[in-house]
Design a protein around this ligand. Structure first.
Ligand code: SAM
Ligand code: SF4
Length: 364
């Protein structure tokens, strides 16, 4: 079934590490943008199709007036056949998420909240360029629960130079006590052109080195698993029954439609993305549209499969013309126990999860 992603490219202030498409804009501009998104939804070639997951991401969707979120969802419900039990998620930041907004979200059929905490250390939050305090994270969680949301997730970033497992263990323990059902722990990426990148170029020790990151990551994974979380994708952990349907769609190669600035879509062999500047987006232009070759599908399948608990299907690779068992690099990685094979699937040894991107390069 189809998944829908809607991009809300607005933030109160740009964080030091972030290069997602997000901008600081005024309310009139935001209103104009929401109208453009609704128009795009109404004109979609896929209108009338069945949808079982909607994800409103950003940027900071919780920053904009909740009536705009309601407007966008109404438009989706009007133009698509949304399942009664569809997963409907929204990304929120602690400083802009209010109880009143949460009540409107519930009325608009949203049933999953993804809250960006990133850290619960005052100094780290400043270093990351966040504009909320640790206390605001706890207040936001209290409001999420008070508003009746059982399904909510909290994002953390691992990679500040002052990171330690001791701190993570305390924070994650607090999240577990608060009955958080899904936790994402992203390894800090130094993205080109960001404020963090400029700091890093002067002094690489502003971020944690790879070795320490891997060591902390492995302990985090072990700790969460001991506390009944499933490590279902590199950065994602969930209590049984609370894996994100939206995430699973991305990682298992199912079709999804993206609406809004720079949003990506994927269907069959086709992949396309909306323009990544407002002028072109308002004019209805795409950034690109491509038909994936067998080689690209193979790369995609390996990349997605190694990141997830379901692994890579060897038979599927065969249908695309790759007999991986005969590949020298594959055999080497098996011998080194970096990869392992069970029946017709191969998987990444958990120990190497933080090095996944490098291993994929070796394999491809
Ligand atoms: C695009 S953000 C949107 C969520 C929300 N605006 C927030 O900041 O909490 C989604 C998640 O991506 C992660 N993220 C963004 N940039 C990152 C980077 N350079 N390295 C690691 N994680 C990053 C953050 O953890 C963030 O919560
Ligand atoms: S991390 Fe979130 S709040 Fe910060 S700039 Fe990126 S999208 Fe905006």
């Amino acid at each position: 079934m189809l998944g829908i992603y809607v991009h809300i490219p607005f933030c109160e202030k740009k964080c030091n590490y972030c290069n997602f498409a997000s901008f600081v804009e005024n309310n009139d501009f935001i209103k104009r943008y929401v109208q453009a998104v609704c128009k795009e939804i109404e004109n979609s070639d896929y209108r009338g199709e069945e949808v079982d997951s909607i994800y409103i991401g950003g940027g900071t969707p919780s920053l904009i007036d909740a009536k705009h979120i309601d407007e966008i969802l109404r438009c989706i419900y009007k133009n698509f056949r949304v399942d009664d039990d569809a997963e409907v998620s929204i990304e929120c930041n602690p400083n802009s998420l209010t109880y009143e907004k949460l009540l409107i979200y519930r009325q608009a059929n949203i049933n999953r909240i993804s809250l960006g905490a990133q850290s619960l250390d005052e100094e780290e939050l400043k270093f990351l360029g966040r504009i909320h305090t640790p206390l605001q994270v706890f207040e936001a969680i209290a409001n999420i629960k008070k508003a009746g949301f059982e399904n909510f997730s909290v994002d953390f970033i691992l990679g500040c130079h002052s990171a330690s497992f001791k701190k993570f263990k305390r924070w994650l323990g607090q999240m577990i006590d608060l009955d958080v059902k899904h936790i994402s722990v992203y390894m800090l990426q130094v993205e080109e052109g960001t404020a963090l990148d400029r700091l890093y170029q002067k002094d690489p020790s502003v971020v944690l080195d790879d070795k320490k990151t891997v060591a902390i990551y492995q302990k985090i994974s072990k700790f969460l698993k001991k506390n009944r979380f499933i490590h279902y994708e590199i950065s994602n952990f969930a209590v049984d029954g609370f894996k994100s349907r939206h995430n699973m769609k991305y990682w298992s190669g199912e079709s999804y439609l993206g609406f809004g600035l720079s949003a990506h879509s994927y269907s069959g062999r086709e992949r396309w993305a909306n323009a990544n500047n407002f002028q072109d987006y308002f004019a209805g232009q795409l950034a690109f549209k491509e038909v994936l070759s067998n080689r690209e599908l193979i790369e995609e399948h390996i990349m997605l499969g190694l990141r997830c608990e379901q692994g890579v299907k060897i038979d599927y690779l065969k249908t695309l013309g790759l007999d991986i068992a005969k590949d020298e690099n594959y055999q080497k990685l098996l011998k080194k126990r970096i990869l392992f094979q069970i029946n017709d699937r191969f998987f990444l040894n958990e120990k190497y999860i933080p090095l996944c991107n490098r291993i994929i390069l070796e394999l491809l």
